[in-house]
Design a protein around this ligand. Structure first.
Ligand SMILES: [Zn+2]
Length: 219
């Protein structure tokens, strides 16, 4: 009799999980339920949904000339047994986007592929997460802070994956600068030419008693 009850209860619970899987809100994700359901989400989300990341891109300044920017991402969760025998929710997040960054060589926009691949393990409390995060290969987060903003988490990962310096593999020569200052160029050329400096010193009258350059070395 009890067995029958269990079977009767288990089936709707299973259906409920299958149903929830399709309705998980990535902005307010119940990580535990998502992991227990073996949840998986795969989406393409507009870049503007990731405002901190969007600010890094020049796309906004290019207006219509910029390609439609979006982030491809997927998240997969499951319950896994840790060394202590306790089952904990694990989350695997992968994301990829193409950002228009400024080339540090020619200052023109350069499309850079940014991708992230990160594992997260969830523990009950903030204190536990802090204690375990240091030694763990995966990022350890706590369930204590409530529903997870999955998109913000993915945004963090992508921000950390940004290259420190963006450059074209091979810059096309930039258009010539409009205002090339001839006098400035001549001064720069002279600075780089030691003979020009010597010539300058030779023609400069030495000021008496001032110990000019090289004056002390005279016989
Ligand atoms: Zn360049």
């Amino acid at each position: 009799m009890a067995g029958a009850m269990v079977r009767w209860c288990a089936s709707p619970a299973f259906l409920l999980h299958r149903h929830m899987e399709k309705n998980f809100n990535p902005r307010r994700l119940d990580v535990l339920a998502f992991a227990q359901a073996g949840g998986q989400i795969s989406q393409e989300t507009a870049l503007h949904e990731f405002p901190r990341l969007a600010r890094e891109s020049l796309g906004g300044f290019l207006g219509d000339a910029a390609p439609a920017a979006s982030v491809h991402w997927q998240a997969q969760a499951s319950m896994r047994r840790s060394a202590d025998g306790q089952a904990a929710p694990w989350l695997h997040c992968q994301a990829q986007t193409i950002l228009l960054l400024q080339c540090q060589r020619c200052l023109q926009p350069v499309p850079i592929t940014v991708s992230s691949d990160q594992w997260f393990r969830f523990v009950a409390t903030e204190a536990q997460a802090e204690a375990e995060d240091e030694d763990a290969q995966e990022d350890v987060l706590s369930l204590e802070s409530g529903p997870l903003d999955l998109l913000a988490l993915i945004e963090d990962d992508l921000l950390m994956a940004l290259p420190p310096v963006a450059k074209h593999a091979d810059c096309t020569p930039p258009a010539p600068l409009v205002h090339q200052d001839a006098a400035f160029d001549a001064a720069q050329a002279q600075k780089r030419n030691p003979f020009a400096q010597l010539a300058h010193l030779a023609t400069r009258p030495l000021q008496a008693g001032n110990g000019g350059d090289g004056g002390e070395q005279a016989d």
